[in-house]
Design a protein around this ligand. Sequence first.
Ligand code: GAL
Length: 681
Amino acid sequence: MRAILNGERLVLGTCYYPEHWPENMWRKDLDRMLASGIEVIRIAEFAWSKIELTEGVFNYDFFDRFLDIVEQTDMKVIFCTPTATPPAWLTKKYPEVLNCDIDGIRYNHGMRRHYNYNSPVYRQLCARIVEKSAAHYAGRRCIIGWQLDNEFNCELDVFYSESDSAAFRVFLEEKYGTLEALNEAWGTVFWNQTYTAWDEICVPRKTPGYVANPHQMLDYFRFVSASARSFAKAQSDIIRRYAKPDDFITTNGMFGNLDNHQMTAESLDFYTYDSYPNFAFCLDVYRDEPESLKDRGWSRNLSEVRSISPAFGIMEQQSGANGSNAGMEAPTPRPGQMTLWTMQSIAHGADFVSYFRWRTSTIGSEIYWHGILDYSGRENRRLRELCDIHKKISCINQIAGSQYEAQTAILTDYDNIWDKQADAWHRRIDDPSRKAFFAAAQRSHTPLDYVFLGHADLEKLRQYKVLIYPHMTIVTKEQADLLTKYVEQGGTLVIGCRSGYKDSSGRCVMEKLPGLLSPLTGTDIPEYSFIAPDAGKVTVSWDGTEFEAEVFADLLAPVGGGEVEGTYTSDYYAGTPALIRKNSGAGKTYYYGSAWNEKSARIFLEKLGAASPFADLAKVPAGCELAVRRKGDKRYLFVLNYESTPAVFTLYKRGTDLYTGKTVTGDITLEGYGTAVIAIE
Ligand code: GAL
């Protein structure tokens, strides 16, 4: 049986770097970890030189000594491949392994993730170190699984080396077969970009004006993903040959330009996520987030992780202040926040949580990225909180293997995510709408899943009463057919403006909009516009409920069975349809001509009967998150208070507070950052 994520119990771990500490500290560290409830350590992800200090000379003594000590204890180990940090001898001798910036200038040794996935010599050297490590260490009793590399596509998710251009050409030749087909797909007749030989093509480089050709960009993002996936697969295939039968292979993420679903299906037993909610308190992008949704935003990421890997773990869970020499300074988690963020991960489905890191590094670029302990290793508040978390975890073990319960899902797919990266119009509508649905769902206690088309069949879609694809720019025939079946079999589908206007190359379609979605939505779009900056508020009325349109306005007309549900009530399009419903089979589709804000998203959730599915179970204040995990008939209610002040929620049923074992019902008070896990009777 797999040592973690086996449906039996929850397990805590930590990231440990034996190479950073004197050997005489190892045993004491391990004993202290075990005494605090840590049962698993992850090691070696940056330690190439501890095994191959010079080219081709392998010496396993260092980790053998460490693992010997580990095996004197009950500690279990996740061993990593060290390929995120090629050694100095390697990059000096084979500079082609280095990644380059968009101008083709090489990055240098001195940080991490400075390599590219496509250098043939790097592939060979990685295959060798992985094989040597696996062959030597895999039989170790204490090893329970393997992590590939570290955070594929972290730091950089774009690659511009010569090896990348060469591999891009191969990727394109396999995809298109002929240059004619490529020229057609990329619309290269526009601005005289026609290619007449494969070696004229490069990864997208800096251009005088806008970004490069958008169709080339879309293929480039697909290519980066395919490169990372094949890099992962090569390692996974090697490890499988040596790993003990129950040992797992995973990797940690999640980062851009990578189809994590596909990678997981091809190379991993499950996926793990690195959860740092404290970023919400230091990065500019979160500055405007409402206070009560800041760190709670990680629930959105965790929901995406759940879609990649229904059983998942957290390989790095925040335990201290953020910070590197380069910045990112965030406060130390307040008392209770480490527990809150751990329970956030568990509420969303993680049955393994491993903290980053055991002791804060005294050296290198992350001396401010704090772990559980400070530099001295002295007893501290965070260690005491860890011990308390362990107590709580031990009380809720019965939830292991249960599933997060959502009846509503937000749809997405990788092509549209990548199209958005190279398309400002797409971004301007999609970002606010996705945020709006997340905020509205959180505050109305509507658990959401994220479902990636391309990785979900009809049976998967049928699990949800309501599916929302905010802005489905690129639509393929297969996707339109799948969604049509979902609706015909009783589902409710919501689609927002700017949908169906691109094909899978990112070219605009010449059919009337919304293109392939027209029959399903019963909608025609004779005209569209960004909402003019001087237009003031543009309002929509849906059965007498008024709300504001956001960013964009598709001016709609019903066709083929579509019925007008809502109209614009301002600007020159007052009276024009803004929302059309079409019934098909047992279900219905709504096409909304605008993007969403939190208020309109909330109205949609409410009017479609999706909001607050657990209202009969509990009444929870907006500052708290509600989640339910289910195993068979058994339901576990999580309530998480993200605010510093106490909150009261009301339980309408009877349940057992799993932390205390007591029967509870009625009003329950959570302290600031407090959490509750209740088994419902
Ligand atoms: C992760 C990474 C760790 C460490 C941590 C804190 O991205 O995997 O190695 O760098 O962040 O910065």
